[in-house]
Ligand binder design. Structure first.
Ligand code: ATP
Length: 260
């Protein structure tokens, strides 16, 4: 099978100039993400996970190195609406209903009204918010708002989903369920997903590739190609294979800390 590289970073560095001096958020990061990969980025706070995602999304510019998204610059990929982005905070417009928030990118992209309605219904079911379409964000819990923001990023079917700790604020049962749903969605749509998390089990459960990062400056400490099958029931988390990968992630995180 020929692989198609969707995101390619070569010796990518990003240094923020601050009043307290330069902050080396990313240093010499090289990574290829293939079409259909589910890549998790895991590492301690401040290791540059969000910054890396923001460079992919053209929300930050690297200070050295190169990066392409779908073979073009992040700016061109953004203009081509190559990706949906789910932020840590839900970021819903308070004056729009949940349905209205999810519909917004579809309206901007010119989907017809009946297609908009179908898509809103489908993604609301996917995140278990069916029936909440007419509610306003402030009428939902924080976790439900985050699920709505995930629905919004799923609604327009971009090939790439960039997800920055989307499930961090959710309780464990809902999180497990959304993890399962996300895997189903990924398997059925063959999207490429880049996913930031602090959770080792979440990274191992979801990913085909786990990128372990270390701080100061943000570098890649380990890249683990998961040997787990793509079809994953939740109880795969009790298997020796799963536990082995989790150990390797933990070792990578620990090695990064030793450099401090
Ligand atoms: N706009 C900015 N200006 C200056 N420094 C920044 C800026 N954005 C991020 N940083 C710094 O860059 C480093 C990497 O930040 P980043 O948010 O990418 O880390 P992270 O791994 O996503 O952390 P967390 O897990 O806490 O979300 C941190 O030291 C942070 O303080």
């Amino acid at each position: 099978m020929t692989q198609e590289t969707v995101i390619s970073a070569q010796n990518l560095s990003l240094t923020f100039q601050t009043n307290d001096g330069p902050v080396h958020a990313l240093k010499d990061v090289s990574l290829d993400v293939e079409k259909g990969d589910f890549v998790s980025f895991i590492g301690p706070s401040g290791c540059g996970k969000t910054t890396f995602l923001r460079v992919m999304a053209d929300l930050e510019q690297q200070t050295a190195g190169t990066i392409t998204v779908n073979g073009v610059s992040p700016a061109e990929a953004r203009r081509a609406r190559a990706y949906g982005y789910v932020f840590q905070a839900a970021g819903l417009y308070p004056w729009r209903t949940i349905g209205g928030n999810i519909r917004l990118p579809l309206e901007i992209m010119g989907y017809d009204k009946s297609d908009q309605a179908k898509r809103v219904k489908r993604v609301l079911e996917l995140v278990e918010l069916a029936g909440f379409e007419k509610k306003f964000p402030w009428q939902l819990s924080g976790g439900m708002q985050q699920r709505a923001s995930i629905a919004r990023a799923l609604a327009f079917d971009a090939d790439i989903l960039l997800m920055d700790e989307p499930f961090g604020a959710l309780d464990e049962i809902v999180r497990d369920h959304l993890n399962e749903q996300l895997l189903h969605l990924w398997a059925s749509t063959q999207k490429t997903i880049c996913f930031v998390t602090h959770s080792i089990p979440e990274a191992v459960y979801l990913s085909t590739k786990i990128v372990v990062m270390s701080p100061r400056p943000g570098r890649i400490a380990d890249v683990i190609d998961s040997p787990l099958p793509r079809e994953r029931p939740l109880d795969i988390r009790d298997t020796p294979e799963f536990i082995d990968i989790a150990h390797r992630v933990r070792d990578g995180l620990r090695a990064g800390h030793d450099d401090d």
